[in-house]
Design a protein around this ligand. Structure first.
Ligand SMILES: Nc1ncnc2c1ncn2[C@@H]1O[C@H](COP(=O)(O)OP(=O)(O)OP(=O)(O)O)[C@@H](O)[C@H]1O
Ligand SMILES: [Mg+2]
Length: 150
């Protein structure tokens, strides 16, 4: 499962965050799926949420990354993040991964990681942020973890 969360509002953060995975070199088809995702993500009423579901290897990650590189998405979203969630089996690990992607200062993370991650997104209410969680099912399939992740 790939999940794209678009949040209206947040300022360009400094470009220290982890780079996106490379743009897929080939992507055949998927025009309809991509168009539906773009419709949701570019809708002015935010936040936007999209889940990409499908069998293993069917192309979920490829589609999600191609969306992250779409010119209309680049224009709309000031910041785009890709959060790899393989092995993320708890809300705490999800937060850690988010903190890693955002490259938040390690020395501050132990005490108040949750607050720091949230503060990073709330820092400026004019920025538009797009988060892509890849393989989120690792955390989502466990009901207790799912509740904590929310
Ligand atoms: N539309 C496409 N055109 C060409 N190649 C594709 C396409 N979609 C996926 N692929 C290729 O198929 C392989 C699997 O794709 P991808 O990793 O996106 O699948 P996935 O659904 O995310 O898999 P998993 O469930 O294991 O996470 C990759 O090598 C990718 O390059
Ligand atoms: Mg994948």
């Amino acid at each position: 499962m790939n999940t794209l969360l678009g949040k209206g509002a947040p300022t360009m953060r400094s470009d220290t965050s982890r780079p996106l995975p490379p743009k897929p070199r080939f992507m055949y088809g998927r025009e309809r799926e991509k168009a539906s995702i773009l419709t949701v993500l570019l809708n002015p009423s935010s936040p936007a949420r999209v889940a990409i579901l499908g069998a293993g290897g069917i192309g979920k990650t490829t589609l999600a990354i191609s969306v992250l590189y779409d010119p209309s998405v680049i224009e709309r979203y000031d910041s785009r993040f890709f959060v790899a969630c393989d092995g993320v089996t708890s809300a705490e690990l999800l937060l850690t991964e988010l903190a890693n992607v955002l490259r938040l200062p390690r020395n501050q993370l132990d005490e108040n990681m949750h607050d720091l991650v949230l503060a990073s997104f709330r820092r400026d209410s004019q920025e538009h942020v797009l988060l892509c969680f890849d393989n989120l099912e690792t955390a989502w399939d466990n009901l207790a973890t799912r509740r904590a992740c929310r």
